[in-house]
Design a protein. Structure first.
Length: 279
């Protein structure tokens, strides 16, 4: 028998015990999360966006969340997980959010006060002066007269009565001479036909069966007479008896209701004594 055998005289084996356990009875602790202070550049992801969001921490709340000012000017609250980033990454992300700028804006000549070809007047423009301006609506050069001048100390605003009608509030005007103003007014009057509120030139020729006015001769065009204007509208229909003749007939029937007379008497073809009934 071996030394460990129960029948042997050697040492007895111990019963198997539970699996090996650590002698350290303290519970395991996870590594503490990093907390960043206000002003630190951070980046994070949101549930609705796949791209990273960049910004700076504005406030750290007691529950561990952050309020972050984003590079696009907005603010995000309740951010739980953030990661620190460099200032260069934050500057690059801010450059993505900027608007695209071209070398020369398309409206630079009209937004600048002293830009050509419509340069601002060197001297002050008073009320009543003849000026020229650029009409943004018609895209042409317009002329007018200054009605009012308003100023905030650095810039002026002019209310101008345009030639041909209309009012414009413009920041830039150019003083012009009286000859230019008169020439523009003449061109505008030739281009626009004035509105007439009365009857047109062809009103008397448009009516076919117009009756001539009493005591006025009918106008003529060449050798043919011209029909004057119509003063009423004739309605076509069945002619009716006049009221006076109907009243006379009713009065005669009331005088002699028993005698009706013949057709000849009614039409005036029979002698008078037969129609009256005398012998």
């Amino acid at each position: 028998y071996g030394p460990n055998s129960p029948r042997g005289g050697g040492l007895r084996s111990e019963p198997p015990g539970p699996p090996h356990q650590s002698h350290d009875s303290s519970p395991s602790r996870s590594s503490p999360s990093r907390h960043y202070s206000a002003g630190c550049p951070v980046t994070f992801h949101t549930q609705r966006k796949r791209l990273q969001c960049f910004g700076r921490i504005r406030q750290v709340h007691p529950n561990g969340t952050y309020t972050v000012d984003l590079v696009d000017g907005t603010c995000k609250t309740g951010v739980e997980k953030v990661a620190k980033c460099s200032d260069d990454a934050l500057r690059e992300a801010r450059g993505w959010k900027r608007d695209m700028h071209t070398g020369r804006p398309a409206w630079l000549d009209y937004d600048t006060r002293n830009a050509r070809p419509f340069q601002a007047a060197s001297g002050p423009v008073s009320v009543g002066c003849h000026v020229s301006l650029f009409d943004h609506i018609g895209r042409t050069k317009a002329f007018g007269r200054v009605r009012n001048v308003a100023s905030d100390g650095t810039r002026n605003s002019y209310t101008v009565d345009l030639v041909g009608g209309g009012v414009r509030d413009v920041p830039v005007v150019v003083r012009c001479s009286g000859e230019e103003f008169a020439r523009a007014a003449a061109l505008e009057s030739e281009r626009h036909v004035p509105m007439r509120t009365g009857l047109g030139d062809w009103a008397e020729y448009a009516t076919r069966n117009a009756a001539a006015e009493a005591g006025a001769a009918a106008p003529t065009t060449g050798s043919a007479p011209v029909t004057p204007r119509l003063r009423g509208v004739v309605i076509a229909g069945t002619p009716h008896r006049q009221k006076n003749s109907v009243r006379l007939l009713l009065r005669d029937e009331k005088r002699d209701p028993g005698w009706q007379g013949s057709a000849g008497c009614q039409e005036g073809a029979a002698p008078a004594d037969l129609c009256t009934g005398r012998p």
